[in-house]
Design a protein around this ligand. Structure first.
Ligand SMILES: NC(=O)C1=CN([C@@H]2O[C@H](COP(=O)(O)OP(=O)(O)OC[C@H]3O[C@@H](n4cnc5c(N)ncnc54)[C@H](OP(=O)(O)O)[C@@H]3O)[C@@H](O)[C@H]2O)C=CC1
Ligand SMILES: O=C(CO)COP(=O)(O)O
Length: 312
């Protein structure tokens, strides 16, 4: 049995997609809706999805998809991780925890050492998955056999999963692209043009790869769905919350603080990591200052353009 923990847009979309294969439990801490989740408007949640606030019932499943925002995962695991030993735990969070500077897989392994840890990530908007549009994602698990079994269990005819054992690379691809999407949105919001956005995507990709490899990832993982693929999607689509947040920053407009924008906290985590490890992460550092209100887009661009000229 499969249970999805976290009834936000993505958890709900995954439950809807997996319902095509059989019964799924969708757990949320507060289910105050019926039939259609306001976080995923226009999508009817079908009958095979058992929606519940009962965590004990959800924890009966052998496979748990953790669909919580990255900054909420640590607290949730601290409270409930002790009951998840022996399960297959698949994180969908795209971020780095600000408190510990760790990714979701390390948080899970710390809280539930006996669990099989995996990451499901890649270019996919919740609304697209829920509508049954074709999507390709990365399923990362360090244990190849467990990874193959999860690939079978979670793939559907329209949700195509590619397998890797590079968990660090897969989760960093998803976390870092959100930071770059804020930068791309800021460039567009400030009216700096599509050419500048292409520069952000390309130099952002170089920065992502450099950091991920430094942290133990395989470089080629970043050229896959959960790196380049998700970076391109998120930097170029109005559907992206990170892009829209950046665009609002660039345009000097307000943004709804209730919307999940993983890239803001992750940029701050990266700035701290860069300081601790002596890394040069110019774009992430700028996004951290932009998102924190410490600098304007104009000043950020001035700083970036004034950097010494170098080889590509
Ligand atoms: N939306 C998308 O298109 C995609 C999202 N993702 C990733 O999935 C993760 C979740 O995003 P998404 O579903 O969109 O976010 P949403 O903002 O739609 O939902 C977040 C959900 O998390 C719940 N939550 C927060 N804290 C806790 C907690 N301590 N215990 C239980 N539930 C909690 C919220 O519940 P409550 O309402 O009670 O606050 C809410 O249901 C993110 O890391 C995101 O990057 C990945 C791919 C695509
Ligand atoms: O991760 C996503 C698409 O792959 C969703 O992006 P946003 O969180 O920016 O909406």
């Amino acid at each position: 049995m499969i249970a999805v923990l976290g009834a936000g847009a993505f958890g709900t979309a995954l439950a809807v997609a997996l319902a095509a294969k059989g019964d799924v439990t969708l757990w949320g801490r507060r289910i105050d809706w019926q039939g259609e989740n306001p976080r995923l408007p226009g999508v009817a949640v079908p009958a095979p999805v058992r929606v519940t606030e009962d965590l004990d019932a959800a924890l009966a499943a052998a496979t748990l998809l953790l669909a919580l925002p990255a900054q909420k995962l640590g607290g949730f695991l601290a409270e409930h991780g002790g009951r998840m030993g022996g399960k297959r735990l698949v994180s969908t969070a795209k971020g780095i925890d600000l408190g510990t500077l760790r990714g979701p897989s390390a948080l899970i392994a710390g809280a539930a050492p006996k669990a099989v840890v995996a990451v499901l990530t890649g270019p996919s908007f919740a609304a697209d998955i829920a509508r049954g549009l074709p999507t390709a994602l990365t399923l990362a698990c360090a244990d190849p056999e467990a990874g193959a079994a999860l690939q079978e269990a979670l793939a559907t005819p329209v949700l195509r999963l590619y397998r890797t054992t590079d968990v660090v690379g897969a989760e960093l691809g998803g976390a870092l692209k959100n930071v770059m999407a804020i930068a791309a949105g800021a460039v567009i919001g400030a009216g700096l043009g599509d050419s500048a956005r292409a520069a952000i995507i390309t130099r952002g990709f170089a920065e992502m790869t450099r950091l991920a490899v430094h942290l133990g990832a395989r470089g080629e993982t970043l050229t896959g769905l959960s790196g380049l693929g998700d970076l391109v999607l998120t930097c170029s689509s109005e559907q992206s919350r990170n892009f829209r947040f950046g665009r609002a920053l660039g345009a000097g407009e307000a943004f709804d603080t209730g919307v999940t924008v993983e890239g803001a906290a992750t940029a701050e985590a990266l700035a701290r990591l860069a300081a601790a490890e002596g890394l040069d992460l110019p774009l992430a550092a700028m996004v951290a200052r932009l998102a924190g209100g410490a600098i304007s887009v104009e000043k950020a661009m001035e700083h970036l353009l004034a950097r010494p000229l170098k080889e590509e």
